[in-house]
Design a protein around this ligand. Sequence first.
Ligand code: NAP
Ligand code: GLV
Length: 324
Amino acid sequence: MKPKIYITRKLPEQIIDGLRGKYDIRMWEEEEIPVPREVLEEEVKEVDGLLCLLTENIDESLIDRADHLKIIANMAVGYNNIDIHSAAKRGIMVTNTPGVLTETTADLTFGLLLATARRMMEAEAYLKRGKWETWSPMQLTGQDVHGATLGIIGLGRIGEALAKRAKGFDMKLVYFNRSRKYEQEKEWDIEYLPLEKLLQVSDFVCVMLPLTPETAYMIGMKQLKMMKETAVLINTARGGIIDEKALYQALQDREIWAAGLDVFEEEPVPVDHPLLALPNVVTLPHIGSASIATRLKMAALAVQNLTEGLAGDTPRNLIKLKKA
Ligand code: NAP
Ligand code: GLV
C-alpha cells in the first residue's frame, strides 16, 4: 500500500507531479480558503505525511488524532503554528523551509522600512485622492534611511540578509540576539547591544525573531517607550512578538514615529483593526516570502522534506527540540 499524504492547500501541479504514483495524495483544492478544521481533523486520521501551511494550527488535539502520522512538513520557516513538543512525544518529525526565503523576505523587509520611513503609501493615497495641488517644502516629509541607525532584533538568516542591505545605505548597525554572532559582527560591522540599549539608540528597529514562549510580547509599552520619538518599528517576523494594543497606543501618542507591519497577532488582520486606521502605519498581508520563485522553492523544499521523512531518512530540515 502506498503511503498516504495530505496537503492542506492547492499547490502548483509541477510541485506535486513527482509525488503521484509513489504516494496516495489527497489535497485541499482551494487556493484562497484554508482547510476547515473539521476537514483537517478527519484527513489526518489516516495519513502518514502532512504538508501544511502556517495557516494551520497543528496542535496537540490534532496530533492526537493522527495515529499513522510520521512527518509534518511546514511550508514556512516559522513553525509556531505546530506544537513541536506534542509531535516529538508521538515520535512525529517536523520540518520547515529555511534559507530559500531568506533573501526574498529581507528584500520585503527593507522595502517596508523604506516605504514606512518615506510615507510612500500615504503619499500615493494623497496623489490618487486628488490632494496634490503643489510641491511644498515640508509636504509628506519622512525620515532619512541612509546614515541612520538600524537595530536588528534577531540576527539569524533574515536578520543578517537585512544587515547586508542596510550596509548599502550607509546605516550604522546594531543588533540584539540571544547568542552573540561574532562572525557577523566582523563581516557587517554590526555591534551587539542589550535589547534596552538597542531600542534607545536605533532610528529603525526591525524584529526578525521566531515566535516562541520567550519572544511573545517581547516588545510591549515599556520597550516602545524606550524608543526614540522619531523611531520606526518594522515587524516582518510574527505578530505575537509585539503587543499590538501597546503599539497602537504608542503610535497614537507619538511615543514612536511610525510602524511597518507584515504580520499580525490575528491573521488575516480584521479590516476594522485600529492599527489599520493610523496614517503612520504601513500594513501588508504577510507577503514577506511572496515572490513566485521563492514560493515555488518553499513548496518544493517542503515536498523534499516530506518524502525524505517518509522514506525513513532524516529530512534535511528536521526541527530538533532544544534541550531545556
Ligand atoms: P533564524 O535564522 O532562526 O533566526 C532567528 C534568530 O532569532 C536567531 O539568530 C536566533 O538566535 C534569534 N532568537 C531566537 N530566540 C531568541 C530570543 N528568545 N531572544 C533573542 N534572540 C532569539 O530564522 P530566520 O530564517 O531568520 O526567520 C526568522 C523568522 O522570520 C521566522 O521564524 C518567521 O517567523 C519569520 N518570517 C516571516 C516571513 C514573512 O513572510 N513575513 C518570512 C520568513 C520568515 P540563535 O542563533 O541563538 O538561535
Ligand atoms: C513565513 O512567514 C515563514 O515563516 O516562512
